[in-house]
Design a protein around this ligand. Structure first.
Ligand code: THU
Length: 160
């Protein structure tokens, strides 16, 4: 038996002005995406913006449904939009923002487990890591350099 240490790296920024200009712009794009989110049930609005290597920015936001499980997260809306429209274009970075109509979201909101798994597939396929930057409405901002930091011991096609 042995105990191993899985390291997971992230950079924590105290405020928006500490981010580089490219990251700031992508967060702003994620906010634009969030403003179009359809979340009448949870009142929790999420926006995602993906920067592709050709400079194109893809927006995604959560889309809910009266039959609750039929809704979809912002991150997967964005990644599948990118995968369907630009299948061979590398992803450079992803920004995610969230806010709620009920409370002030003052902590970084990381992608859910299913989104992490989905996002990882594209990182593996493009053979290059991409950054994930996320925040709430206000407060600290988290940046990881790779999906691997967000999903240790992940499942992938090598098991199939
Ligand atoms: N949501 C996202 O869009 N992304 C996440 O990673 C977590 C949750 C959405 C799904 C649902 O519409 C609402 O937030 C509340 O869970």
């Amino acid at each position: 038996m042995k105990k191993i240490n899985i390291s997971s790296e992230a950079i924590i920024y105290d405020n928006f002005s500490e981010l580089n200009i490219e990251d700031q712009k992508l967060i702003e794009e994620a906010n634009i995406a969030k403003s179009k989110s359809y979340a009448p049930y949870s009142k929790f609005n999420v926006g995602a913006a993906l920067l592709l290597e050709n400079g194109v920015v893809i927006h995604g936001n959560n889309q809910e449904n009266a039959a609750y499980p039929s809704g979809m997260c912002a991150e997967r809306v964005a990644i599948w939009k990118a995968g369907s429209e630009y299948p061979n274009m590398k992803i450079k970075k992803l920004a995610i923002v969230a806010s709620s109509e009920n409370t002030k979201v003052d902590q970084p909101v990381g992608p859910c487990g299913a989104c992490r798994q989905t996002l990882l597939e594209y990182e593996i396929n493009q053979k290059a890591p991409y950054e994930v930057i996320f925040m709430g409405e206000i407060g600290k901002i988290v940046k990881t350099e790779s999906l691997v930091s967000l999903l240790p011991f992940s499942f992938d096609s090598s098991y199939l």
